[in-house]
Design a protein around this ligand. Sequence first.
Ligand code: GDP
Length: 424
Amino acid sequence: MSNCAIVGINWGDEGKGRMVDLLTQNYDVVVRYQGGGNAGHTVMNEQGKFALHLLPSGIFRQGVVNILGNGVAVDCESLWTEMQDVIAKGVPVTPENLKISDRASLLLPWHRELDSLEEQRLADKKYGSTKQGIAPFYSDKYQKKTVMAGELLYPEKLWEHLEGILEWKNLTLEKVYGATPYTMDSLRAWVADFGEKIKPFICDTGAFLRAAQAGGKKILFEAQLGSLRDLDYGIYPYTTSSNAIAAYAPVGSGLPSAKIDEIVGVVKAYSSCVGEGPFTCEWFGEKADRLREAGSEYGAKTGRPRRVGPIDLVATRYGVECQGATNIALTKLDVLSYMDEIPVCARYELNGEQTDRFPFPAVLPEARPVEITMPGWKCDISGVRKWEDLPEAARNYVEYIEKSIGCRIGYVSVGPEREAIILR
Ligand code: GDP
């Protein structure tokens, strides 16, 4: 049976959550394979409107098993709060439909604090972190200075391990940042408050996935953030601290032998970017405000206004290549309906020359957008459900993007609701 990954092609917030929510009807298992509570996937369905940060977007489908894989930063505190929010709206979350990898590392209380302290130290050179502790978490993970979720099941070993890490971490907190040290008592209280709550959900998810694969179950891998925020392939250092690309899904999910048959890349019909870093196609002033309002471009986690601009074909083509996308979901086409003409960032100008290639991060800030325009359609398309019912100008826009980025666009969404989608 085929497996599928749903990934973001650009800077994130492309609408991955809504695509996972839609496509989970064809899958048995949904796995988050990297990242933590720093992004927000918005899902609107008959159960309500949800901003998911850590929970996989398959949580709304009965019979779907959702997994937080070993590559995820498990923040017990945020996860527990999110679970309570979802449960309060009538969505069941039980050890049957949510499983946390025993090999996933735990985001510890000091990670969030260190994130804020470092952004403060950087002042006007800050990375624009969401301050959820993700960068300190992943650096500690790779330094082997955090604990695995499964250690919660072995308290004696957990305390011994945490004691060693605490001693090391307090050196940084006190000597580098002048912050208050943590104590074992504070850690024990934190484990009692939050670690205990997620304990029933922790298991060997690798074994579960292997059995699911052997039993012919269909697995969907859900990315967090987009290609351009990938640690290795993105706009470093304005990236996240893990790998968002589809190639990482087998490793971060706990099924390293998995073959991914379909990679659905989610692209927004225009561009948005939250936080710092070069964003070549960026618009400013009234033009940007209008697009931001039309697309409600405010961060799901932080409420920060997102930076916006026209679709960036250079960055999108690069994102498609990094992901190895086999199919594209183009979202929020309805948002462009107010425009007389639709601007497109078709190329970049760098060192006096026009280029189609996405530049190396260090020189990216020098790139300038080369815009062209396409005719607009100027009518409400949010009720359209068939390709042939879209105005010709809208079809031309989609086909032009498809040709420019070199990948088939199989889905076009025209509204946030689950059914507001055109299958081509
Ligand atoms: P994700 O992190 O990639 O899942 O994306 P976000 O949830 O941060 O942002 C996508 C936003 O756009 C959410 O508020 C969605 O409800 C909304 N959205 C998704 N698809 C469409 C669409 O086709 N049209 C409109 N108007 N909104 C959409």
